[in-house]
Design a protein around this ligand. Structure first.
Ligand code: ZN
Length: 144
């Protein structure tokens, strides 16, 4: 498998046209994380009401994998209960790190396009950055 195979059309599409890119005014929490090994930088904005992720957006910059992963993430967790999102983000990070198989996560949707990073240890942190940030943001949010 060539490195270029990582950059499938679907990843490039999310990179060039990121979904839910921007800030949320009056959100319930925001969190910033960086991946120094690649230079990826991301901030997640959340609006959580009654245990549901009512809105999620992200801003930042980085490589195609980090931005595409964040874009896909916002689409997958929009409108979902916190507990479900925490569980999903844990599983997706485990899958991207190669600890469990993609099939064990369930329906990956477009995120299937990112499973190729499993073969490139240097890129795993790019793909997990958004999920890691979301996970931490939700945990902070529930502490309030
Ligand atoms: Zn990166």
């Amino acid at each position: 498998m060539e490195f270029e195979d990582l950059y499938q059309d679907i990843i490039l599409d999310h990179y060039k046209n990121p979904r839910n890119f921007g800030k949320i005014e009056n959100g319930t929490c925001e969190l910033h994380h960086e991946n120094p090994s690649c230079g990826d930088s991301i901030t997640i904005y959340l609006k959580v009401e009654e245990g549901i992720v009512k809105d999620v957006k992200f801003s930042g910059r980085g490589c195609a994998i980090s931005m595409a992963s964040a874009s896909m993430m916002t689409e997958m967790v929009q409108g979902q209960p916190i507990e479900k999102v925490l569980n999903l983000s844990d599983k997706i990070m485990e899958m991207l790190r190669g600890e469990i198989e993609p099939e064990e996560v369930g329906d990956l949707g477009e995120l299937e396009a990112l499973k190729g990073v499993r073969q490139f240890p240097m890129r795993v942190k790019c793909a997990t950055l958004a999920w890691h940030t979301l996970n931490d943001a939700l945990k902070e949010n529930t502490k309030k």
